[in-house]
Design a protein around this ligand. Sequence first.
Ligand SMILES: [Zn+2]
Length: 458
Amino acid sequence: MTVQDLQTTGRNRRLMTFKSALMVFSCLIFTTFAFATNAAVVKSMRFWQSPESTRVVLDLSAEVEHSIKVLTNPYRVVIDIPASSVVVDLSELEIKSDLIKKVRQSTPVNPGDLRLVLDLTKESDPKSFSLKPYQDYGDRLVIDLFDKKKVAAKEELKAVPPKESKRDIVIAVDAGHGGEDPGALGPSGSHEKDIVLKLSKDLVDEINKEKGMKAILTRTGDYYLRHRKRTDIARNHRADLFVSVHADGFKNPKARGASVWILNTRGVKSEIARWMQLQEEKSELLGGVDSKIRLSHYDSSVRSVLLDLQMENSIAESMQIAQKVHKKMDKVAPKMHKPHVEENNLLVLKNPDIPSILVESGFISNPQEEKLLKSKKYRKKLAKAVKDGIKQYFKAKAPDGTLYASMYRQSIYRIQRGDNLSKVASRFDVSIKELKVANNLKSNTVRIGQKLIIPTAN
Ligand SMILES: [Zn+2]
């Protein structure tokens, strides 16, 4: 037992003493109250089971005060009702509940009071309230028991946005490094972690200006996130693309040029690529990830992912996106490191379910490039270029169900004899208004042979 444990125990004991004093006090109040009212009788008990809760209803002969508490080991709920009794045969109850095992009577603190115990099958949160007589019912006491696990699972589901018919394309923007891990250092003293966070925020702003696109940041401030956590955040937001943003340094300050990288699981050739791998490993060590976790994560992801066809698809998509981003960046960056997309075996890119690219905005170790990256104006230009590349890709390959799909995915239909606008609309499951907007139609009249653009959202 540690000192802290002892302190906690001491505190608990004090708390318990206070609680028992409070209980005795409240019992006194209840008793006083009970003397002032007629003793109540529990005439019957009913149970209602819902997917994540059980409702227990006590039918009473009169209005009562009550108190309720939860006990563990085993889980049980204790209901105290002053100056009352029960006429129900508790052993004969038909308990329809996956939370309640048994209902029994127990010895109350004050003789004459009623103590009922609900023996539970698992942990639950009780909520109780009284109901006044209504129609066929007399006074009732209601206890709702919520299954803690199921409620938590439901909350999780709620956190996931509902599948809308026209959702935004989600881009997860990941500013490399952070906290304990500064990343590369520029000759004038700037830290990669700060520059890439600024650039990432600029990229998020650019993306969020686009209708049908939404960007999120994995890291929002100066703290470290392990690589797997970064992609987990992207996954939780159901990202369509993961963009890691860096501005690495190299041992040679002359090295320069921006670059775009995708995953290559077959091994690495260039010196820069090997250098980047080293930096990634260093990041995790600096950032404070347990080395055992880091290595086992790496090993298992390499093994399971290599054989995965999904990974191959993800890499193919990543390549198409990276090529478009590379082309756009080439227009604003003074120099691209290579005339093509580069490949590397980086943990942060190893995502079989999300296409992933890594943008090296330049070499922070190069004095000219450091100066550029420190300029807000340049960062904005670069961020816009990256966004333009991403946008170009998704315009051509809009995922199903996105607003982009409805805006940019189109097919042509030729009007047949007997067609009218409403028939065409219902045939393609679009509204007449959408058809008119897509075709710039002023009226509902169409003629045979006329070609209509059909906006297809799904
Ligand atoms: Zn970096």
